[in-house]
Design a protein around this ligand. Structure first.
Ligand code: FAD
Length: 321
């Protein structure tokens, strides 16, 4: 969500907390200047001016309506595995569905499954395997939760998130809850238009078929092994660039000899050239500089403009590239 407007000078972030806190359940987390780096897989970036973990749709609605009334931009955060937080942090309200109440997994008698947006993909895979449900194995090893996977239409091993979605329940920034059928959604490579200005609450999923739980687990193990062999273990945000049509961003970068290239502690992975890893104390400024360098080298060598897949949270890449 990119509608970041500076906060009106009269309204201070702590005034907003003081006004809204009494309207939320005591179990809702609501804080000022919450550090975000540790809530991301690449462990980079500053703090959220405002941060909330609501436990119910009612609290989420209260937060959204109050933020809209105050002109405060809202940013949903999943497991932070596809984004880089700017060093300056995020000028707005970051909302995470981290509380257990959002991590439901409910098989229905008709064979479909309702899953909450806060459910980790790892758990979705594991619970589906236990129930002998096929179709979700490709999600193994993607370190996000369902909400992030819906927004990004995450994909791997030939499968895409929206291959298994029948409908998404979302809440608009005005606080209206809607269920949108898959057929009415505009979904593309790493993109779902309906979730640009809305928060996914959960989805109705359609498994492939029933199978023996061991057979599903074996397929998951095959994918796990493939990943372990081809991806770095160091902290990263996954693939940094989208694959250009008919091409592989990793191969293009590799061919320019950039594996191991480093700016500060941000480094092009020696294992997979489309990953930038944090070797310790990388900043978002280091990473942005490395992204610039990679794009320039690939453009010079191949005449191709690589487009970042990883999101620069709260900003647009065009502001910094
Ligand atoms: C080691 C590694 C391997 C990876 N492998 C893959 C892979 O194979 N395939 C792949 O597609 N991706 C991969 N990724 C990237 C990432 O894991 C996926 O894109 C994942 O779906 C992001 O989920 P998240 O919960 O971490 O979302 P976040 O990174 O927290 O957020 C991503 C975007 O989704 C938005 N968002 C989060 N939750 C919601 C919500 N509830 N409603 C609306 N918007 C929301 C955020 O605002 C942000 O715009 C990998 C990442 C790593 C670190």
């Amino acid at each position: 969500m990119t509608s970041a407007l500076p906060l009106p000078p009269k309204l201070r972030w702590d005034d907003f907390i003081a006004a809204v806190r009494p309207r939320l359940a005591a179990t809702a987390k609501f804080s000022l200047e919450e550090p975000l780096a540790a809530k991301t897989t690449i462990r980079i970036g500053g703090a959220a001016r405002l941060y909330a973990e609501p436990g119910s749709a009612e609290d989420l609605r209260t937060l959204l309506i109050a933020a809209a009334a105050a002109g405060i931009a809202v940013f949903p955060l999943g497991r932070g595995s596809n984004l880089v937080i700017p060093d300056s942090g995020v000028d707005g309200l970051v909302i995470s569905l981290a509380q257990e109440s959002w991590a439901t997994f409910e098989p229905r008698p008709d064979g479909r499954v309702w899953a909450g947006a806060g459910l980790r993909l790892k758990n979705l895979c594991g619970l589906a395997a236990k129930a002998g449900l096929t179709g979700f194995e490709f999600l193994e090893g993607i370190p996000g939760n369902l909400g992030g996977a819906l927004r990004m239409n995450a994909g791997a091993m030939g499968g895409w998130m929206f291959d298994v979605v029948e409908a998404v329940q979302l809440i608009t920034l005005a606080g209206e809850i809607r269920t949108v059928p898959r057929a009415a959604m505009h979904v593309d490579y790493r993109h779902c238009a309906e979730l640009h200005a809305a928060i996914a609450l959960g989805a109705l999923l359609r498994p492939g078929s029933h199978a023996d739980a061991d057979a599903v687990s074996r397929q998951i193990d095959v994918y796990k092994k493939k990943r372990q062999e081809s991806q770095p273990r160091d902290p990263s945000a996954g693939c940094i660039f989208k694959n250009p049509p008919g091409n592989s961003a990793g191969r293009l970068i590799d061919q320019t000899g950039l594996k191991g290239e480093r700016v500060g502690d941000a480094e092009v992975s020696a294992v997979h050239a489309n990953f930038i890893v944090n070797r310790g104390a990388a900043t978002s400024a280091d990473l942005v500089e490395l992204v610039r360098r990679i794009r320039a080298r690939v453009q010079a060598a191949h005449g191709i403009d690589l487009e970042p897949e990883v999101l620069l949270y709260g900003k647009n890449w065009s502001e910094v590239l």
